[in-house]
Design a protein around this ligand. Structure first.
Ligand code: ZN
Length: 323
């Protein structure tokens, strides 16, 4: 039996249906992607940080139109500045995406940011009583479930989009990130790892709330026991475990329950990409293609993209075709 076949069976036996669905997401109803959205009410979740091993509790709160996504540290004195979740606030990407403002930081925001993008949430205040976001199960599934449980409210104001107006790419050896004009938001990711557990995987994803919940949100982060960076995370960090990552040792997956999707790895790459591009502060209309990319190349691309002012325009989009 091939490994792939084995994983497929394991996936269907253990995860017959994604568990991050919730009726409050108004599934099946037409979503007004041209308008801004926030949560209907506050919701909390808690867990340990993958690097610090420290427990943190977050509250995700509704916010008014044009507020954007902001982080607020509640363990620091009143008056500590909020941190807008914007590319210009990124202070480190070496182990996780860290945003900061006047020395105040919040780390490992990428999976929650992916959930906001995937669920089309434009405005929220995220309060946290520590410096590192809980890693939860290594995916965006728990965040999506929490936000879905709170409910999503359509707001009056139009969303503004980054609309790609011409192709732009950033190539680094055999890796690249590219954006092309496209009438909606589409992502294609390709990865190629020299282990039969992963191999070559490619996936194209048209973003909608439904497709994010069904296809992307539960894909977990992954790493190799032989990878020094990953080992560091597990040995020096205190929070890493098989509960919050897919761990690969040589040609074996160490997690007893196997994979959640047969191609969970490329799905997590798409999730990370959604989280990275969320730092533009506005949704995108265009087709992003990445090959063998990661947070570092994604961030270098975003920097180039923002500097290349003839490659995009920002504006409301009245109707997204075939919405
Ligand atoms: Zn990730």
């Amino acid at each position: 039996m091939s490994k792939d076949f084995k994983h497929r069976n394991a996936y269907h036996e253990q995860h017959p249906k994604p568990d991050c669905h919730h009726d409050d997401l108004n599934r099946g109803k037409k979503i007004q992607y041209h308008l801004q959205h926030t949560l209907t009410k506050s919701v909390s979740c808690a867990g340990i940080g993958v690097h610090s091993g420290k427990e943190a509790r977050i509250s995700i709160k509704p916010a008014p139109e044009n507020h954007g996504i902001r982080f607020r540290r509640t363990d620091l004195p009143m008056g500590t500045p909020d941190i807008p979740a914007l590319f210009k606030m990124v202070v480190d990407t070496s182990l996780a995406t860290v945003v900061g403002n006047q020395g105040v930081i919040v780390s490992t925001i990428e999976h929650l940011m992916a959930a906001f993008t995937g669920l089309a949430i434009d405005n929220a205040l995220v309060e946290i009583d520590g410096y590192e976001m809980p890693i939860m199960d290594g995916s965006a599934g728990e965040f999506a479930k929490a936000i879905g449980g709170a409910g999503i409210r359509t707001q009056k104001n139009s969303r503004w989009f980054f609309v790609a107006t011409r192709p732009l790419d950033l190539v680094d050896g055999d890796k690249y990130v590219r954006i092309k004009p496209h009438p909606k938001f589409k992502i294609s990711c390709a990865i190629d790892f020299d282990t039969p557990v992963i191999g070559s995987q490619e996936l194209t994803f048209d973003l909608s709330r439904e497709s994010f919940l069904n296809e992307i949100c539960r894909a977990r982060t992954f790493g190799f026991v032989k990878d020094l960076r990953f080992l560091k995370m597990f040995q020096l960090g205190r929070g890493g475990s098989l509960d919050n990552a897919v761990v690969i040792d040589n040609d074996k997956i160490l997690n007893p329950s196997g994979l959640r999707y047969p191609d969970e790895f490329v799905r997590h790459k798409i999730l990370d990409c959604l989280g990275d591009f969320a730092l533009l502060g506005m949704p995108i209309i265009g087709h992003i293609e990445t090959c063998k990319s990661g947070h570092d190349l994604n961030h270098r691309f975003i920097k180039t993209f923002l500097e290349t002012k003839d490659a995009w325009e920002t504006r409301p989009v009245a109707i997204i075709p075939d919405e």
